[in-house]
Design a protein. Structure first.
Length: 221
């Protein structure tokens, strides 16, 4: 098969001889055409970027130059908006966590308590209680004969008197071993009459509230 003669074959032959040193360097025939061919090949290889190669820094600078820069005011507003969103997320998450933990607390109704009028002073009964129910092994031995005592006891009894108008709060602590006449307990409990005040919490807070009301004259509000 006969090879097709290339365009400007003589120019290419002369260029090859100059590269091999067979001819002195000089002007190549149709040099302008060869240069045009080289540029066309460069454009085909480089795609869109047919001009001289540019560095990464130059290309990034060109891209940035084409985009509008944010003003200081816009930056400040954006940062503040982000901070407000983050603060809202933290506060909302904290409230949800506290609300969840509060809902896990066991609650009982107190029929001896009364509704507090808005703005009027009121009392808050704070109780720290414990129970020996379920004690086994070494825990039961540590209590000796008292390990089988049922019910529960209020080992901490504090009454907070809140006065919203004056903006004050006062605390009264009642020792757990104070002997009183219990109120609101059934005879079957064996805790009626003169008992330590912490025993009034045997069946819950209502009997303790009644005992405090009847013994100290402190209203349950």
């Amino acid at each position: 098969m006969r090879r097709r003669k290339s365009v400007n074959q003589s120019g290419l032959d002369s260029l090859g001889k100059q590269i091999d040193g067979q001819e002195p360097l000089g002007t190549v025939a149709n040099e302008a055409g060869l240069r045009a061919l080289g540029e066309e090949m460069a454009r085909a290889a480089g795609g869109r970027d047919a001009g001289p190669r540019t560095s990464l820094r130059q290309r990034l600078a060109r891209r940035r130059a084409g985009k509008p820069r944010w003003s200081v005011k816009r930056r400040v507003i954006t940062v503040c908006a982000v901070l407000v969103v983050l603060a809202g997320a933290v506060v909302g998450g904290g409230y949800a966590y506290v609300r969840y933990q509060f809902d896990q607390l066991h609650k009982v109704a107190c029929h001896a308590c009364v509704q507090v009028a808005d703005g009027q002073p009121y009392n808050v009964l704070v109780i720290g209680s414990d129970s020996r129910a379920g004690n086994t092994g070494q825990a039961a031995k540590s209590f000796g004969a008292y390990s089988t005592v049922g019910g529960q006891r209020s080992d901490t009894i504090k009454i907070f008197h809140i006065d919203p108008a004056a903006g004050t709060a006062r605390v009264l602590s009642i020792p757990r071993d104070t002997y009183v006449t219990t109120s609101g307990l059934a005879p079957s409990t064996g805790l009626t009459g003169a008992e330590k005040i912490n025993a009034a919490f045997n069946n819950g807070p209502e009997a303790l509230v009644e005992t405090i009301q009847n013994t100290f004259g402190i209203p349950g509000s």
